[in-house]
Design a protein around this ligand. Structure first.
Ligand SMILES: *Cc1c(COP(=O)(O)O)cnc(C)c1O
Length: 346
């Protein structure tokens, strides 16, 4: 049975070209700075995002953690969205390992935080308060329908941060999805931010890895932070080799994932018992609500799973499907067929 796995874009398998590149990669000890393939990936990532330097890390979680720990000391405060990945899904790492105090601001349905809310959260100079150091943005915003933040919004937050002497970190796990959806160069979305992280292993479909980017000085310090976390690895060129193919070959095809997500969202809108606003499916993430008194999300999950279609239950009636490399429009039609059939018989 063909399995159509729409749980996440993290389930992608490396392309044949990636496996080939991994096999032939030139390798060295990256803790000594001697892995030529990793050095090449880092230079390429810095160039793409218009930053001075970059650093390979094991995961998006590690990327955000390394950046936060590099920007902030113990007792410092970071302003971030109440629905941000870093606040919700990273095991409280910034607090657990960095003593960094998270100050949440409400995320709007489009993934932004209101500038006035951010401004109101910035602390004055007072011995009672933690010191505000950093503002975190997320683009695309995972829990907010995978929506992209615009260059204009990003630059308005950067300006606000500058005016208050704060740094900005961008969790750009899916920043290339944002760039493709908005039809802009990724540089437009990274302009002015002090650091960013992006995932090689999601829409770009590499097997492992994320990259953080920033100034040369920041990345030198981040290299030290990564070492503290046990993230200094040796012949990581086997990972970087796939990452290079990801950046060179997998960015443009993201358009296809977005078209498939749109097709999926429009199809779901036609199925009785499911609720969705298809206009919100602008990238590769599709959220919908199950509105059927006889069927719980967990039952739906099991029934679809038995028919080879996998999705994720996000709590209450919220369900998520994500399109990615390895999923084509026939798979979308098949998934919709199975979904419609299960909904009809329940
Ligand atoms: C997936 C994700 C991460 C973390 O990536 P991992 O590689 O799974 O640790 C960070 N931020 C966002 C927005 C994500 O979607």
């Amino acid at each position: 049975m063909r399995i159509i796995d729409l749980r996440s874009d993290t389930v992608t398998l490396p392309s044949p070209e990636m496996r080939e590149a991994i096999y032939h990669a030139d390798l060295g000890d990256d803790v000594f700075g001697e892995d030529p393939t990793t050095n090449r990936l880092e230079a390429m990532a810095a160039e793409r995002t218009d930053k001075e330097a970059a650093l390979l890390v094991s995961s998006g979680t590690m990327g955000n953690l390394v950046c936060a720990l590099t920007h902030c000391g113990r007792g410092d405060e970071v302003i971030l969205g109440n629905l941000s990945h870093t606040f919700v899904y990273e095991a409280g790492g910034i607090a657990a390992l960095g003593g960094i105090h998270p100050r949440t601001v409400q995320n709007m349905p489009d993934g932004t935080m209101l500038l006035e809310d951010i401004k109101a959260a910035i602390r004055g100079d007072n011995v009672h308060y933690p010191r505000t150091r950093l503002i975190c943005l997320e683009n695309t915003h995972n829990l907010c329908n995978g929506l992209p933040l615009t260059p204009e919004y990003t630059s308005s937050v950067v300006t606000l941060a500058r005016n208050h002497g704060l740094k900005v970190h961008l969790d750009g796990a899916r920043i290339f999805n944002a760039a493709v959806a908005l039809g802009v160069d990724v540089k437009e979305l990274t302009r002015g931010v002090d650091s960013l992280s992006f995932c090689l292993s999601k829409g770009l479909s590499a097997p492992v890895g994320s990259v953080i980017c920033g100034t040369g000085e920041f990345i030198a310090e981040a290299r030290r932070t990564r070492k503290i976390l046990g993230g200094g690895t040796r012949q990581c060129g086997i990972i970087s080799a796939a990452g290079i193919v990801a950046l060179e070959r997998m960015v443009e095809r993201i358009e296809e994932d977005h078209k498939n997500a749109e097709r999926l969202a429009n199809g779901i809108a036609r199925i009785p018992g499911l609720q969705i606003d298809p206009a919100k499916a602008q990238t590769n993430i599709v959220y919908f609500e199950l509105k059927n008194d006889l069927l719980t999300p967990d039952t739906l999950l099991t029934q679809l799973d038995q028919k080879g279609v996998k999705f994720m239950h996000m709590g209450q009636s919220r369900c998520r499907m994500v399109t990615h490399y390895g999923i084509d429009s026939d798979d979308i039609d098949m998934a919709l067929e199975v979904l419609a059939e299960v909904m009809k018989t329940s």
